[in-house]
Design a protein around this ligand. Sequence first.
Ligand SMILES: *Cc1c(COP(=O)(O)O)cnc(C)c1O
Length: 836
Amino acid sequence: MPAQPVPEKFQQPPIDELALSEIKSAILAKLTLAIGKEATQATKHDWYKAAALALRDRIVHRWLVSEKESYDAGRKRVYYLSLEFLIGRLFTDALNNMGLLAQYGAALGDLGVGLNDLRKCEPDAALGNGGLGRLAACFMESMATLEIPAIGYGIRYDYGLFRQIINHGWQQEFPDEWLSFGNPWELQRPEVVYQVKFGGSVEQVTDPKGVTRAVWTPIETVQAMAYDTPIVGWRGEHVNALRLWSARAPDPMLIDVFNTGDYLGATAHEARAEAICKFLYPNDESPAGRELRLRQEYFFVSASLQDLIKRHLDSDGQIRNLAKKAAIQLNDTHPSLAVTELMRLLIDVHHLRWDDAWQITTATLSYTNHTLLPEALETWPLDLFERTLPRHLQIIYRINEAHLALAEQRCPGDIEFRASVSLIDERAGRRVRMGHLAFIGSHRINGVSAMHSDLMKETVFHDLNHLYPDRITNKTNGITFRRWLTLANPGLTDLVRSACGDEVLDDPTRLDRLEAFAGDSAFQQQFRTVKHRNKIALARLISERNGIRVDPGALFDVQIKRIHEYKRQLLNVLETVALYHAIKDEPNRDWVPRVKIFAGKAAASYRYAKLIIKLINDVAEVVNNDASIGGKLKVVFLADYNVSLAEVIIPAADLSEQISTAGMEASGTGNMKLALNGALTIGTLDGANIEIRDHVGAENIAIFGMEALEVVARRAQGLDANDVITRSQPLARAIRAIDAGAFSPDDPARFASVAHALRHLDHYMVSADFDSYYEAQRGIDARWAAGPAWTRAGILNVARMAWFSSDRTIREYAEDIWDVPTRHATQPPPARLAKG
Ligand SMILES: *Cc1c(COP(=O)(O)O)cnc(C)c1O
């Protein structure tokens, strides 16, 4: 990865010599005492660890203060439950938020090591698949920044999302051994251990007072042990914990079995327990549906709820006050067993009455929905559920009784309505509906963009919304600007600071001061210089990794995200092929040089998505080696997309591809990162693209394609796309070329299935949207050629993105869902800077 220089301005403030020598001795002390090395023997990795540990010490001090203050004040706490946290690297993030980036840079320099070299020693923590997990990571940072006492709960996977290697154009998956060199950020908590039970049976027992209780006799126990990672907010004022659970067996080995000589049998239960935290399920937008996944979900939900109840009782003493002191956010349906587990703990362990327990549960829980795709909504077969969690199934039946009675009251005799709102789906084998469970057990259910929240009411949750009106609310996603602007793009940050003042670091709404500079040609030149430098860095990376030379002067056209049919990388490839044909036809026209940059992983089991990766690489092979197009078009697929790679690509992007089939992308956050870094968006009216258009202005974004309702209407008419293909010569030709093996001469039939789908099974409207997309791309060419107008639009994108800060999103959650106070926003700017 190319060096990401530390922001110049951060290197300049006067560095206190005393502070500097303190930092140096702290790092050296760690190197000797925690790593066990002399400075002369230390590897870069050792230095990185020593520096991270020294920094962690400072953060831990603040953390303990934060904890004590919030407990003493009896403050309400937020618990963010998520099976995924796509964290990336933490070193410079923590340094930046602690205000120590410059000092550490200087201290390390004095010690003879480079901060940017050490930065790259840190593995990219990929405990998530994509947007959903990255959102959780941005939220953790924003909650700390806004000084909300919060804990993020998840699983400490031994292996995160797989490492992607491209071999002859095909994706191959390798284990992500992110912990192999240890993890300096986490603190193991061997004393924080909870028992999580599975299986067995339930009996109804009547006690001497005549009260009947359920007694669950499980047959298996797994222990959850906590590992805490401190998450420090901007300016280092507040620190929260990310608490990840690791699984182990209560007895590591059965000695008597071992003594019979059955060595494997003696540790089999240990392996079964530890499998729970072995790896992250690599599926995105499609449920895993396996027993191990259900065990993962229950494991982390149970440990987290036991932990937060214990903390609550330690400080408050009254279980009945739980909802006043705790807000639990469920990130998607993965933690929705929290509804039943909280009920079980309140009733079976803390002996509350059903109605009281239900009141507390719904007042405490809220649920974020991330997808409308029916195939992506989690359900569990009843028999698997009963075998794994028999007591929880009973609770579900009981919840369902009252719930269906309400449905009957609302729509008397309407059997279809009952069937549609029931917690049990009776249509294809009986299954538990986790989305319904999360909905019924929550006081607020939110979508992640305005459009998505509206569609939730019309589609998946139409009937539940009828039964429980006013629960659905919208919370449009956001991103943390500290990572995605300040750290990822120091050049642009300096420029923004010079134009908007340093207050912009605390208050992104000040970005609007850039408006005054958007038409200023000197400022435009500086803006282009920053972008050009970032493009040179990316071009170097492309050359190092892929051996492809690209011109930093070309338009960098970027589509980076999980590979999925609905995200339509295929539409982008088709346009690439059509453009290639057009350039070949008229090589002497003044084509705008383009570099098409793709990155993203496909789920290991998603064969069609993996075939699309191969197609991108096959097209790249032909296009990049065709001298007749004079280098006007290049195609690059960068392997192993993750947060760190995103931090290099995004600042270098000119064009952001956000081209999902309308109605299918819940929000997107990649779209926000790219616009914030000055890329123009070409996109459909889908997810948060709509709100981005509303903020940046329709003239500063290129919208194309069908709208969500048109998609629904066209699908209803059938999926055959011959009508549009006959009308579009470039589309017909591109499909013919792909079908005929023009990009796969070694295996001409390789993409026959792709061509067939484009012609006859156009579920994602790739063919149907092609012409509109192709035309929008030619509009982009024209704008790029116009120069200053392009730069102006880029500057205006940056200037108008403030609303997409995750600080804004978290403030909305805090006010409307959690009912917790946040640090006050900084005062409004005193006076506007004169145009300079
Ligand atoms: C932001 C981000 C995503 C989400 O991208 P979308 O374009 O919104 O799907 C996925 N992966 C990584 C590594 C990210 O940083």
